[in-house]
Design a protein around this ligand. Structure first.
Ligand SMILES: [Zn+2]
Length: 239
């Protein structure tokens, strides 16, 4: 072996040693095909909450997407967060204006809650929400009919972080990772400070485990949902 060749080999060996290990994180590209890769949709209800800015910074840092089911009253008081959510590629859904129980209301009153919230979101961000999540996830025939008038499917969740209950960073992370499986829709709240604090670590772990953090419609687009349909169907609702 020539001296020159062996020193080239030595250089190559050093280069191989110095090459950083391939990054394990899975930043999410613009278009994700959730039939081909593992996807999780993290969803945040009742906001925009007071910590939404920090949460948005975290999602931006990890190139991840979320879905926000917003309350009209907070859209009105914190419009700049809504504008940022849309601008940064997150999905916006309607979660009523003041969080009443739709199952105790008339169609007219439900309609008004949905419309006022859609109007507030449009005014704040220019976006029109295409998804409805009724307060408490409580649905029924009448709510489905009204949702259909607005061309919206009803989006519930496959698992909850129980963040509003534990208000504990470690517990929120543990519970979220326990329910975050392929094509999961996970319920969280951006008004819970510990959720926002736990989010960098939750996102890092999910990405390290091969998950893409996507919008709800990235997961539901192969479900052929029609306006007024509910997804996922609660247990016992199989039609
Ligand atoms: Zn809620």
């Amino acid at each position: 072996m020539s001296r020159q060749f062996s020193s080239l080999l030595a250089i190559a060996a050093v280069a191989v040693t110095l090459t950083p290990a391939p990054a394990l994180a899975q930043p999410t590209p613009k278009e994700v095909d959730c039939t081909q890769v593992k996807c999780v949709a993290l969803t945040f209800d009742d906001g925009p909450g007071q910590y939404a800015g920090t949460l948005l910074d975290t999602f931006k840092k990890y190139n991840a997407k979320a879905t926000f089911f917003l309350e009209g009253q907070y859209v009105k008081s914190r419009p700049s967060y809504v504008k940022r959510m849309v601008k940064e590629g997150h999905e916006i859904g309607n979660h009523s204006y003041k969080h009443p129980d739709f199952t105790k209301m008339s169609a007219t009153a439900i309609r008004s809650e949905i419309k006022k919230t859609n109007d507030a979101i449009k005014k704040a961000s220019g976006a029109e929400p295409k998804l409805l999540r009724p307060p408490y996830g409580l649905g029924g025939v009448l709510i489905s009919e009204v949702a259909a008038e607005f061309d919206m499917p009803i989006i519930l969740w496959t698992g909850g972080s129980r963040d509003w209950e534990s208000k504990n960073e470690a517990a929120i992370k543990k519970q979220t990772l326990a329910v975050a499986k392929d094509d999961s829709i996970v319920l969280m709240h951006d008004w819970v400070k510990q959720t926002v604090d736990a989010m960098p670590s939750i996102i890092q772990t999910l990405q390290k485990n091969g998950y893409h953090l996507v919008k709800v419609t990235d997961i539901t687009k192969h479900e052929n949902l029609k306006p007024g349909d509910t997804f996922p169907l609660p247990a016992g609702w199989e039609n």
